[in-house]
Design a protein around this ligand. Structure first.
Ligand SMILES: Cc1ncc(C[n+]2csc(CCOP(=O)(O)OP(=O)(O)O)c2C)c(N)n1
Length: 659
């Protein structure tokens, strides 16, 4: 192995050696502890340390890195306390995630490390978001995200690379090519000669290097960092290395030919560098022994404090509280004196517009939202007023944009992403339910993101432009789900969602955009998330509903003055307003839950179950649900009308009144 020290001082070389040796020696100790049953699982990076250590050392300490499961060297190079790391691996409360996350699946703002979720790929777009924040602030910084060669087959790799290229983001994408993805060799993973060829496909530059040579990695990444900052462009680097142990320690290496271990064993990054330093007389074997002894002592004493960690004390309230970041407290109430009649769509636009003025760190992202104004023209005129940097057309890649939004949040920005249609959220689903929703609970990092979801049927748009998919998200702790039905609520809830530091799914019904109007306070105001609205009081029967259902219920009430209906508009589906639900039950003793979403697994089931559990004694009849048919949404208008819950509302009301 050829080492080129270039202008590096002896001190720097020795420093790199220490940095390289530390994760190796920690891992050797961990393998021992694993055999003794003192830790449960281990993903080894032995033989690959030069990549993590070289990359982490090449960046400034306040530049974000997104490491993976074999990158202990990133964590040690960034100076995370080993005692605390060890508590993390043991699932101890005093680790980096209060015992909630395993191994390296955590982040720390202090060290600018954003650890992975188990899914391979999503970390890459988070690096895009961080780099976008650097770019918007004109800071001379890069972000760096790791991927294995296996992970490059994920769609998230493609999307993140493409966004970084199109938006000229200073991101370093680092592929750690270690020959195998679990048991899958590279010839079953991809067909290009080398993965770095993929860079061209995105219009970026790339380089393939020896990942076992610490000086090559360090020097190359330093150079790439300068390039990315200077040129304001991303870069792909492929580091060739080898996985010297099993995928994880229990899974073995039977499928790997022995010759490969012999061949790569000779290229060991630690021993070769040590040999180089000795040969160059930068250190002697005595100094090597001394350094090793110092590190050993350090590991032993850190482990001791790790082992002395306090046992877990379960605090259920804290568990629940940590799912969400704290909101700022009191909402800014509307001033109802100055109101103007507005359509639903214009109220949303006004809420968004006023938020852009109030929140200079708010960025809008979505397909065709800039010059074109968005599929529904909600952001028409915004780009002229707020500029291309804050009103961003995106390539077609929902997953990467949600990930980018999270990256922006890491750097203190807020963002609103427009799904062109709520249906397309399926291709950004993983980022929402696993990254945005869980990150605050996992390591205390809020995901300050709003996703606007133009939703709903009744417009003859067929199965993939009409779905009600809110129930997919009400089942995910960590998300908030709001769903206004009036223009005034649409504006106030959107502003509240943007001000809320948590990820909010904001559903806006397309059929209401231009069909519903109402008085909307002119000023900037919030409607509190989590509070339902009594639409009208009544004595005979309560309809609990939201979205288009509110209008169906109101129309029904107007057509049937002989029935005294109590109508509750939930407005927020997660968290639900249980006080308002209880009041609605108490008012009439007969409850009908109405929603446009299909019946099975809809939020109506959850509300009905809660009422059954908590309000049984108030009921005079079973809780009934009126929902759309359990079919996909048909295109033909007559079929669609038949599909929709509205069709059956009268029937269910009569049935309930008949009890
Ligand atoms: C989306 C997703 N699919 C499958 C897995 C299961 N899995 C975990 S690691 C792994 C292999 C990863 O290979 P590679 O990206 O090359 O990284 P390496 O483990 O070799 O460092 C697989 C299939 C996963 N974690 N995420």
């Amino acid at each position: 192995m050829q080492f080129e020290r270039k202008a590096l001082s002896d001190e720097k070389l020795i420093d790199l050696y220490r940095n390289l040796l530390l994760p190796r020696m920690i891992e050797e100790k961990m393998l021992l502890l694993l055999r003794q049953g003192r830790i449960s699982k281990w993903f080894s990076g032995i033989g690959q340390e030069a990549i993590a250590v070289g990359a982490a050392n090449a960046l400034d300490e306040d530049e974000w890195i997104m490491p993976l499961h074999r990158n202990l060297g990133v964590f040690t190079s960034r100076g995370l306390a080993l005692s605390k790391l060890f508590m993390q691996w043991q699932g101890n409360r005093d680790g980096y995630s209060k015992g909630r996350e395993r191994s390296f699946h955590f982040g720390t703002r202090e060290h600018h490390v954003c650890g992975m979720i188990s899914h391979l790929g999503p970390q890459l777009a988070i690096a895009d978001g961080v780099a976008l924040a650097y770019k918007l602030r004109k800071e001379k910084k890069v972000s760096l995200a790791f991927t294995g060669e296996g992970g490059t087959s994920e769609g998230d790799f493609h999307e993140a690379m493409n966004v970084a290229a199109v938006w000229d983001l200073p991101v370093i994408f680092l592929i750690e090519n270690n020959g195998y993805g679990l048991s899958t060799p590279v010839n079953e993973q991809y067909r290009v000669e080398s993965l770095v060829e993929k860079a061209k496909g995105y219009g970026m530059d790339g380089v393939q290097i020896d990942g076992n040579n610490i000086l090559t990695v360090y020097d190359t990444i330093k150079g790439i960092r300068d390039y990315c900052i200077r040129e304001q462009k991303p870069y792909l680097v492929e580091c060739l290395t080898f996985r010297m142990r099993g995928h994880e320690e229990a899974s073995g290496t039977k499928y790997v030919p022995k010759e490969l271990f012999d061949e790569w064993g000779k290229k060991d990054p630690v021993l070769n560098f040590e040999l180089f330093l000795i040969k160059q007389k930068i250190i002697d074997s005595e100094r090597v022994q001394k350094i090793r002894e110092e590190i050993k002592q350090h590991i032993e004493s850190e482990l001791q404090s790790g082992f002395n960690a306090k046992p877990m004390i379960i605090d259920e309230e804290e568990e629940l509280n940590d799912v969400y970041a704290n909101t700022k407290g009191k909402v800014q109430s509307p001033n109802y004196k100055l109101q103007t009649e507005k359509r639903f769509i214009d109220a949303i636009k006004e809420g968004l517009h006023q938020s852009m003025i109030q929140q200079p760190k708010l960025v809008l992202m979505g397909q065709d939202i800039a010059e074109y104004g968005g599929a529904f023209k909600i952001t028409e005129g915004f780009v002229q007023e707020f500029g291309k940097e804050r009103v961003r057309n995106t390539p077609l890649c929902e997953s990467a944009i949600v990930g980018t939004a999270l990256g922006l949040s890491l750097e203190g920005f807020k963002s609103v992403m427009e799904m062109q249609f709520a249906d397309f959220v399926t291709v950004g689903f993983n980022q929402i339910v696993n990254n945005l929703a869980k990150i605050n609970y996992r390591w205390g990092q809020p995901a300050d993101v709003v996703i606007r979801m133009p939703t709903g049927a009744g417009v003859g748009a067929g199965p993939f432009h009409s779905q009600s998919n809110e129930a997919w998200f009400t089942h995910v702790p960590g998300l908030k789900v709001v769903y206004p039905s009036t223009p005034a609520d649409a504006k106030g809830l959107l502003i509240a969602a943007i001000n809320d530091p948590n990820p909010v799914m904001y559903f806006e019904h397309k059929a209401l955009y231009r069909s519903v109007s109402g008085a909307v306070p002119n000023e900037y105001y919030e409607i509190e998330i989590g509070k339902a609205r009594v639409v009208q009081e009544g004595d005979d029967l309560s309809i609990i509903t939201y979205g288009a259902g509110v209008h169906w219920a109101e129309d029904y009430a107007a057509e049937h003055p002989e029935i005294s209906l109590y109508i509750l508009d939930l407005r927020t589906l997660l968290p639900l307003d249980y006080v308002a639900i209880r009041n609605a039950v108490g008012a009439t003793g007969k409850v009908l839950i109405l929603h446009e979403d299909t019946l099975a697994g809809g939020i109506g089931g959850e509300v009905a179950a809660w009422i059954g559990e908590h309000c049984f004694e108030m009921l005079d009849a079973p809780v009934l649900r009126c929902a759309s048919l359990d079919t996909p949404i048909p295109f033909n208008i007559e079929l669609e009308n038949n599909f929709l819950a509205r069709q059956r509302l009268g029937e269910v009301v009569e049935k309930l009144l008949g009890y």
